[in-house]
Design a protein around this ligand. Sequence first.
Ligand code: SPV
Ligand code: MN
Length: 611
Amino acid sequence: MIDIDVELDRAGLTNPHVREYVASWAEITQPDRIEVVSIADDARLLEESLAADEIQPAGEGLYYSRSHPKDTARSEERTIVATADPADAGAYDNWHPSDEMKPMLVERMRGASRGKTMYVVPYLMAPPGSPLERYAAGVELTDHRTVVLHMIRMARVGVEHVNDLADPTMFVRGVHVTGDLENLGQGTPDDQRYFVTVADERTILHYGSSYGGNALLGKIAHGLRQAAYDGWRSGEFLAEQFMLIGITDRETGRKYHVCGGFPSASGKTNLAMMLPPDSLGDRYHVEFFGDDIAWLRVDPTDGRIYAINPEFGVFGVAKDTNEFTNPTALAAVAPGTGTLFTNVAYNDETHEVWWEGRTPEPPTELGGWRDWKGRLISERGDGGRDEPWAHPNSRFTVTLAKVPNIADEYEDPKGVPIDAIIFGGRTRDREPLVRAITDIAEGVYDGLTLGAEATFAAEGVEGQLRYDPMSMRPFMSYAEGAYAAHWLDVIGRATDTPIFAHVNWFQRDPEDGHYLWPGYRDNLRPLLWLLQLRNGEVSGTQTPVGIVPKREELDLDGVAISDADLETILTIDIGRWRQEIEHREEHLEGLPGLPDAIWQAHRRVAAALDD
Ligand code: SPV
Ligand code: MN
């Protein structure tokens, strides 16, 4: 039996409740060694991982890792929220009784760390000193060193974050066991994986993966699922899959903050890291706060909604990241940043990395290049042409501080006041460039009816949305009715309410399919209009589904768009909207216990469309 106390003493981990929790799980998983880590251990852990060939060098201060080929993404089917109360079951949270789930997880984890090290990762999911700090402390126990390297980049890691808690029992208890990835039946009826958040016990038990949100328990298991549940139970805050940016108008000296949700593959990271278009670059400065999670609360001093990004880093999708789509991200992963790339293509000889969309064509000199599975491209038989080199969910992991336009106040414990909350999906028709919503219930209703378009027949009916309320579908941790009521309550308590808006960068021409709006940097233009609308500087045109810009209200200096295309993206297609309302009705009926205010908002919009 290992002497746990010796290691906990060495690391200065003094919280008796954390010590007890570590000891009780060590008894279950039975590791050979135990090691408490902090950010100061990063360099040593990198050296050890390189020596053990778990990661490879990818240039100066850059690293590369491959995951097991059967373990490359979050699994929604295997992700479960468990509590003691069946009323927590919603349409999306995959609720199971906790007294059924816990013994199953303990069984799978028993003895699973024999021969391995159990890393103890104490962390904080908030800037230190935040009013929400009491919900932010956690400890992840993991058997995987690469997961530790990721956690050090994605969360604030160190014993100081759990030693002196106001309530020493108030930390999230996370246990991550990788399991035998070769033999877990991933994706089969006999799938052995379980990713369980026991929300009413603030316990997270993940078994059967070492990838992303399946394994970095601070990020979405704690930062979204657990935090959403805590925010609701306490009544204090919302935890959402939102990006968060700041926009400064140098001419007026005013500073604005915008947060918002976008289903995956809708360009959320690109938007969060956006630079202003050249013609507006002198006047406006855009700052990055976060690309994936925001916690929102009402501040009693000024009655405004304040947001923090609880994360410490970015776990960004590599695919299609390039000088045009996201120059900020490329600068953030440059040499010397400590970036860890996962499942991109890697060159054994030059230590370069590459992914689809990094350059229009893959490297022509194939020598040394291996795909994400480790196969030499030159020996693949397709000359590198047929199968992708990088996995579509390949990632870069880097701390926020390395993002060149990171906001000065990103660690401000208070957070930043929110002016606008936006939602956006990938929609080829119907959704205009931007429509603003000033009524709170209609704004929340809009978030609840957010969706991403089904892209091919297998995913659903063409033109019909896969609804993804607030972009939280994979992260819901209690019933949607209560979730909507909590939104109405928190935003309703603000005395200075943010404006809501729905945005869409992806309208296409029905004939030739070209995108009507150039997107990327130019996306700042509709956001500026939205902020001007909130300030009363423009008035827009009221439509049944919100306020759209009059064309002369948008600053379009230097934008390549035809008059006809502009007309289309600023116009409401009433026929298509009536169709959508019917789909929405069905969608809302599937969300149990929605508040009356949401149904009334729905009926108001439907009636306005029929006028
Ligand atoms: C997402 O899938 O929305 C992510 C990545 O942010 S993961 O942390 O793996 O969930
Ligand atoms: Mn995400």
